[in-house]
Design a protein around this ligand. Structure first.
Ligand SMILES: [Zn+2]
Length: 299
């Protein structure tokens, strides 16, 4: 009954606002649920600064107990809109594995529950903007809005979306996560902060999982800081730093193969450990000088 009411409110919500990209995304989420109703639920992680529900697909094998929770979040940056179809295609591929008892990942995936947020930054997606507006209409970069071990004085969670996502991850005991951006063609892992040692204590595990994942799309792997550039306050560092969640950043290519990119996430979640890291602290020294730091102009 609860799910029915939520779906109804989602439908009413879609009719009330003029057509926009997030409406299309909701429509596609509803289609995914319609085709696989026994595996899929649509939940809200809460209302953002514009009072809009940020929706997630929750996909799991019925009846099975003791599941390991995994999360995919796309469109922290609203101008990286191709991250959205990667997350929806990922949902479709998970469902295919659930329905195919012959699939080599079937028995492993039956024990996993997937939480997929196709677009965190709703105003950004609707306006093709990297940043997101807070409740006062001030623009912020959502992927610089999390606490950072190398800048403890910065102000965090200026946006409701980032604090809601963090609370959702905490409440649902997420073990592994992937965040989807564009458009570089890499799969990277912590650290990405301004640190003198970019390797975590789990560096070898991260390398092993990532090597297995990119057999799908042949992307470059490494730490965020080494493969892309250092950044402070990112989701991908914070979730590992704070909770020990295995977290990767998928930067899809300029001309992405959506199916292969989604499949790389399938392989990532198949290979990632079933428990959180217990050695996720940042113990190296931080870099004090941040040269060429222009986050707004970068992916
Ligand atoms: Zn981005």
């Amino acid at each position: 009954m609860h799910n029915f009411l939520l779906l109804l409110s989602v439908l009413i919500f879609s009719l009330q606002v003029k057509a926009n990209r997030y409406d299309d995304i909701i429509h596609q989420m509803l289609l995914i649920k319609k085709h696989s109703p026994s595996f899929v639920n649509i939940v809200s992680i809460g209302k953002n600064d514009q009072d809009q529900n940020i929706l997630a697909l929750k996909i799991e094998f019925p009846i099975q107990k003791n599941k390991v929770d995994q999360l995919v979040v796309a469109a922290h940056h609203g101008n990286e809109s191709l991250s959205v179809p990667v997350s929806l295609e990922f949902a479709g591929q998970v469902l295919q594995i659930f329905k195919n008892t012959e699939h080599p990942f079937h028995s492993s995936f039956k024990n996993k529950r997937f939480h997929i947020i196709p677009a965190l930054n709703i105003s950004g997606i609707n306006n093709n903007r990297r940043e997101e507006y807070d409740i006062e209409g001030i623009s912020h970069d959502p992927n610089r809005d999390y606490p950072d071990a190398c800048n403890k004085t910065k102000k965090n969670f200026k946006l409701k979306s980032t604090s809601l996502l963090t609370r959702y991850i905490y409440n649902n005991n997420i073990v592994s996560a992937a965040t989807v951006h564009g458009y570089i063609g890499t799969l990277t892992f912590p650290w990405g902060m301004f640190t003198k040692n970019t390797h975590t204590h789990d560096h070898q595990t991260y390398l092993n999982i990532s090597q297995f994942a990119v057999k799908a799309n042949s992307y470059q792997i490494g730490t965020h800081a080494d493969q892309i550039y250092p950044a402070e306050g990112s989701f991908e560092d914070y979730m590992y730093l704070e909770f020990g969640i295995w977290t990767v950043l998928l930067e899809i290519d300029h001309n992405p193969n959506i199916s292969k990119d989604a499949h790389s996430l399938i392989r990532y979640f198949y290979a990632s450990p079933n428990t959180r890291s217990k050695q996720h602290q940042h113990t190296a020294n931080c870099k004090s000088i941040r040269k060429n730091y222009t986050p707004m102009s970068r992916p």
